[in-house]
Design a binder for this molecule. Sequence first.
Ligand code: 57M
Length: 359
Amino acid sequence: MLYHLLYPLHKTISAFNVFQYITFRTIYASLTALLICFFLGPWVIKILGSKQVRQHIREDGPKTHHKKAGTPTMGGTLIIFSIVVSILLWTNLTNFYVWIVLLVTIGYSIIGFIDDYLMLIKKRSKGLSMQSKILMQSLFAIAVGILLCLHSDFSTHVTIPFLKNISPDIGWGYVFFAAFVIVGTSNAVNLTDGLDGLAIGPVIIAASTYMVFAYVAGHVRIADYLQINYVSGSGEIAVFCGALAGAGLGFLWFNTYPAQIFMGDVGSLPIGAALGTVAVITKQEILLVFVGGLFVIEALSVIFQVGFFKVTNGRRIFKMAPLHHHFELKGWPEPKIIVRFWIIAIMLALISLSTLKIR
Ligand code: 57M
């Protein structure tokens, strides 16, 4: 809105010229979302606590989690609110991709909200069943895939990391490919969200990395120079990534160990889905395996654990999956696991950025 209201006035007030720059709007989108979370955080924690929106802790989990019982949850509402306000203020609202990523963020937060609502407020022990959650996520993601493929500027080529000359066109198959990336990332972030700040840290890192990819993919000359797929209009997605990273930082202020609030599914499902959508729009879909490598490692630990458990009739690879529980049960203090996982996420993000040159 600020872009639409103030940039047209630049002929009379030249200072408003600055609103045309994506870099400027990305910085302020990030600060806006951060400050909204920062200032509304204490109030949201108080309201959620007074409405008894508090975490129930499973008996079969690591014992160290029992002291977390009663921590206010559904803090994702604050993350999503701050992102939406920031995006409405700082992006070019005529941009198709901005609406796609907003649609995904809001759609998945509704799915997460229903799940949290059933579990925490209606006191249904499991919330939405896994099947209905995946079905809702998939239908939504397929609809988004179709919208993208129908858009005249959008290419159905897939970028293969490290190989600049190979970019296969998968045509309408792209709809399912995009849906897989979006649903997979949403659930992988959800699985990772099991220790204080464990999910939001790597989300900030991944959003900041994609901020760079969105900017370069949307800049015709830089994209040409780096020989990456040019995606007209994807620069605005850098502003979204800025808002996501800023909201994440603001939330981390309260979610850092020992957490005063958890995000709930209303936070983990949409921010994961938003990252997947950003990867699709910027044509760095497969690279998400590295950018969001920590989420992939956590998800794989569950897949291997469950698979091995079934094949061997009850034997386990890890003491408990997802992987962070394994280290907890080995006796690592929670902050040590969190910070070490963040370090791995930073390392993977740096490797991902290097693919701009190593190709
Ligand atoms: C959600 N949710 C946390 C919080 C957060 C298939 C299976 C592997 C699924 C998996 C699962 O349910 N994962 C999804 C994980 C929960 O956090 C809430 O959920 C929201 C995210 N959806 O925002 O509201 C707990 O995590 C802790 N937490 C923090 N700090 C935070 O900032 O400490 C969360 C956020 C919170 C809190 O304790 O209560 C969760 O872990 O439940 N299931 C599991 O992870 C379970 N693993 C399992 O069953 N493993 C088996 C399988 C794979 C064969 C095995 O290894 O043998 C474990 N989860 C728990 N207890 N809590 C098992 C025991």
